[in-house]
Design a protein around this ligand. Structure first.
Ligand code: FAD
Ligand code: PHB
Length: 420
């Protein structure tokens, strides 16, 4: 077996052949040919790779960072049932079912009064708390076990010739220039990736909304303040009480765009969070030293289309949502479900129909999640430029959502995830 890059088994094997593999003449220890070249080893790229490997479709993942760096990014925490089902289909659901926390509902605190939205009663569905880090780790381990090839620390990754029949991806690795020829390129390289930027000039239509605040997140080894997540609307700004496990909490506070982590020592964070909670949560909150703190700006963004010849975008490479609706990772998963099925139709049934419909199918679901995430963000955050009318409408909206079964059901239906 070829050598493994770096320490530990997570890093994937270089030069290994997957079943059904197309690996051509070797260039050093990497192949020169694959069926699907996947750019990016985030959840979208790794999940796509795993679904394809399970069906014998050869693929290579090229990732700019190290595996440790990818695993060190603390991001999503909450996944829809559709994402759980897809992870099962990829064969990586075992630990998720053992350790994930199934939530039947969520709580919303409005100016000190806590309400509950019962997802299970309203929709029959639940959501699961299981960190993106854990999903990524499970996918990396499964890929290594299946001898799937991942090249970490791939520099200057460049998709080329994807408008023709024979796309290729060029990159530099360990000081050497490399090239892989492929049938298709999957651009799973996140918002700042190269794939969307490589689309022909004038072929991408972008839609964007940038919000005038960010989220400061803190991870802490203390028990969560509540058994369910609490979304807090307060005059001081939004806050979210989330978790990763019964002993690990994740909290967020709305902060100014100009703030840096250094502006927020733990003491200030806890102090501010407490002021945004309802009295019960304030009394129950257990604080402790942070083990991670980071600031994320909030943005809505969609690039259309999601296909350029033989290159397909999936996940954050094509769209971003503000995290308020917990939709980003879940959308990456639904894109991957559409794309994996389309590739399988192409390879197993000789039909390009799924590939031809991919962009329209994915975007129809993306826009509904964009709408929901924008709506949740607008309803729950403080906007500095809001006038008296805006504030009154925001209060009425919350009052309506929490008081009407029809409106609560709409929130619940979107939150647990629209079907695909
Ligand atoms: P990414 O995770 O960004 O992965 C892209 C990968 O491509 C990266 O590893 C990157 O290094 C690599 N890459 C980039 N450029 C190149 C290049 N040129 N060459 C090679 N590789 C490259 N979503 C939810 O569903 N639920 C939540 O609860 C939730 N909470 C969130 C909380 C926060 C604070 C944040 C910031 C996000 C949250 N999200 C949530 C969103 C979620 O984390 C993202 O939507 C998700 O990571 C998207 O996965 P991806 O694989 O598409 O992109
Ligand atoms: C998280 O736990 O990180 C999380 C949960 C729900 C959200 C956003 C983030 O809406």
């Amino acid at each position: 077996m070829s050598p493994v890059h770096g320490p530990g088994p997570l890093l994937g094997r270089i030069g290994a052949r997957e079943p059904g593999g197309h690996a051509g003449a070797a260039q050093g220890d990497t192949p020169t040919r694959t069926q699907v070249a996947i750019i990016g080893a985030g959840p979208a790229g790794l999940l796509l790779g795993q679904l394809l490997l399970r069906h014998g479709v050869d693929n290579v993942v090229l990732e700019r960072q190290t595996a440790e760096h990818v695993l060190g990014r603390i991001r999503a925490g909450l996944i829809e049932q559709g994402t759980v089902d897809l992870l099962d289909e990829a064969g990586v659901g075992e630990r998720l079912h053992r350790e994930g926390l199934v939530h039947d509902g969520t709580q919303i605190n409005v100016d000190g009064v806590r309400h509950r939205i019962d997802f299970k009663a309203l929709t029959g569905k639940t959501v699961t708390v299981y960190g993106q880090t854990e999903i990524t780790r499970d996918l990396m381990e499964a890929r290594a076990a299946a001898s799937g090839l991942t090249v970490y620390e791939a520099e200057n990754v460049t998709p080329a010739d994807f408008q023709g029949e024979r796309p290729r991806v060029r990159y530099r690795h360990k000081g050497k220039d490399k090239e892989i020829e492929c049938d298709f390129v999957a651009g799973c390289d996140g918002f700042h990736g190269i794939c969307r930027q490589s689309a022909p000039a004038g072929s991408v239509q972008s839609y964007e909304r940038v919000y005038p605040f960010g989220w400061l997140g803190l991870l802490c080894d203390t028990p969560p303040v509540s058994e369910e997540l609490i979304y807090n609307r307060s005059a001081r700004g939004f806050a979210l009480c989330s978790m990763r496990s019964p002993s690990r909490s994740r909290y967020y506070v709305q902060c100014s765009l100009g703030d840096s982590v250094e502006d927020w020592p733990d003491e200030r964070f806890w102090d501010e969070l407490k002021q945004r909670l309802d009295p019960q949560a304030r009394a129950d909150l257990v604080t402790g030293p942070s083990i991670e703190k980071s600031i994320a700006p909030l943005r809505s963004f969609v690039a259309e289309p999601m296909r350029f010849g033989r290159m397909f975008l999936a996940g954050d490479a094509a769209h971003i949502v503000p995290p308020t609706g917990a939709k980003g990772l879940n959308l990456a998963a639904s894109d991957v479900a559409f794309l994996a099925r389309a590739f399988l139709e192409f390879y197993k049934e000789n039909s390009p129909a799924g590939l031809d419909h991919y962009s329209a199918r994915a975007l129809a679901r993306v826009w509904k999640a964009e709408r929901f995430s924008w709506w949740m963000t607008t309803m729950l955050h403080n906007f500095d430029d809001a006038g008296g009318f805006d504030r009154k409408v925001q209060a009425a909206e919350l009052d309506y959502v929490l008081g009407s079964r029809a409106a609560s059901t709409s929130l619940a239906e979107n939150y647990v995830g629209l079907p695909y």
